[in-house]
Write a protein that binds this ligand. Structure first.
Ligand SMILES: [Zn+2]
Length: 428
């Protein structure tokens, strides 16, 4: 593999340091040297990429990803895609995440039992392009819970978006089945969701069922994540050692204290785009702002913003990403989340960037080797025409993404002309 030297780049290291002009040498799949200033590293035997003042930053992590969601307006519609088309869709979408600068994604549930596992394995074997990926199970739910899409006269699991279990023994059977398939994460639906006709503050799963799921996952060294909007479901996560909490809209002081006490273990990935866009931008699909308000989404959005602001202030890791792949928040627009974090959740642009990079590596279980531009770290890098610290929205513009590197290899190689057209470092 060729050694690559990025020179004349503004290094945004992902760890929170203000950007500085420097050079980064990639050897094999790792960053072997990072220096301040230019012409510090020998150019002999390396391919030189002159960034001409562009920003070099770590690849981003999407902390709450559903490749199998196919930009449809309901869970039932997502599920109805036949398996053969569905796996092709997932492969197509996996590439799109890499195209858009997401070099890591945490699978947050798959619509059919093995889609996530098959895609992860195909990426890892080099069969298809895609980000680093952690494969999830289907959403596991109880009868009448979120993702139980079976009809009374068609009680077949194939018709259901989620895997429906009732009681600890049934939970054990289903969790073991997903672990047999090779998932990295077991996903539990611990609260409701208004669009499915189930209140967000409803918490339907018993502690006995949750405990069995966590015990079985742990036995094989795997993790559990949860759809947890209600305050009770957030506490249920913390009671059972579930460290990946999706949504966490409703909290009280006790829940916040419990989260803070476990802030070195817990990740919250709220999927805030879902609440914002379902509330105000889904009219084309029949959900006018008035309908969304009546469902409960406006109230939940307001409460969630307050909860998440408090979490961020307390140093709890809140990560961008989540629930893209629905009709009104399509795959590929995920970098919008960083802008939402700045606009709504009290993040500085730098804090949002750290959440997407350093903290992203932590949820990927690659802390201290991914998510920052440092000697010895894995070379997942983005070259960007612009300064995301000054304008976080630049990450949403694919034409400004000059290069994408994953594991030391270019997924998108820099075009010399476009790299030269950006402003030199001295005036950047
Ligand atoms: Zn989700």
């Amino acid at each position: 593999m060729a050694n690559i030297l990025f020179t004349n780049v503004r290094i945004l290291d992902g760890g929170g340091t203000q950007p500085y002009t420097g050079e980064v040498l990639v050897q094999g799949n790792r960053i072997s040297r990072v220096t301040r200033g230019v012409r510090a590293i020998s150019t002999s035997g390396v391919t030189v990429v002159d960034g001409a003042g562009a920003t070099l930053m770590p690849g981003m992590t999407e902390a709450h990803t559903h490749f199998s969601w196919n930009d449809q307006p309901s869970l039932g519609a997502i599920q109805r895609m036949p398996t053969e088309e569905h796996i092709l869709w997932c492969a197509h979408i996996a590439k799109r995440y890499l195209d858009r600068g997401f070099t890591s994604c945490v699978g947050a549930a798959t619509a059919k039992p093995r889609l996530d596992v098959v895609i992860r394995n195909a990426i890892n074997s080099g069969q298809i392009p895609g980000p680093r990926y952690l494969a999830a199970s289907q959403e596991i739910t109880v009868p009448g819970g979120l993702a139980d899409e079976t009809l009374p006269h068609l009680p077949f699991p194939e018709f259901s978006f989620g895997a429906v279990v009732s009681g600890p023994d049934d939970m054990r059977r289903v969790v073991r089945q997903f672990l047999k398939y090779g998932v990295d994460t077991i996903k539990l639906n611990l609260s409701g969701e208004y669009i499915a006709g189930i209140p967000a503050e409803f918490t339907p799963m018993t502690d006995a069922e949750v405990a069995v799921a966590v015990a079985e996952a742990r036995l094989r060294g795997k993790r559990v994540s949860a759809h947890a909007r209600s305050c009770d479901s957030v506490k249920q996560c913390l009671r059972h050692g579930i460290d990946i909490i999706y949504h966490a809209s409703f909290t009280d002081e006790e829940a916040l204290d419990l989260l803070e006490a476990k802030k070195d273990k817990v990740f919250v990935a709220p999927g805030i785009a879902w609440l914002i866009n379902t509330s105000y931008h889904a009219a084309e699909w029949g959900i006018t702002p008035e309908i969304a308000k009546n469902m409960g989404y406006h109230r939940e959005l307001e409460i969630a913003i307050e909860s998440l602001k408090k979490m961020h202030k307390r140093g709890i890791r809140v990560l961008p990403g989540g629930d893209y792949g629905f009709a009104w928040i399509k795959h590929g627009t995920n970098a919008k989340d960083l802008e939402y974090f700045v606009r709504y959740l009290g993040f500085t642009p730098m804090a949002a960037l750290v959440a997407a990079t350093k903290h992203g590596a932590e949820i990927m279980m690659k802390a201290s080797e991914l998510g920052e531009i440092r000697d010895g770290y894995l070379a997942d890098l983005l070259l960007i025409d612009g300064d995301p610290v000054a304008n976080i929205a630049v990450l949403q513009d694919q034409s400004r993404l000059l290069a994408v590197m994953k594991d030391g290899q270019f997924h998108k190689a820099p075009d010399v002309r476009s790299a030269r057209s950006v402003r030199p470092a001295s005036v950047a």
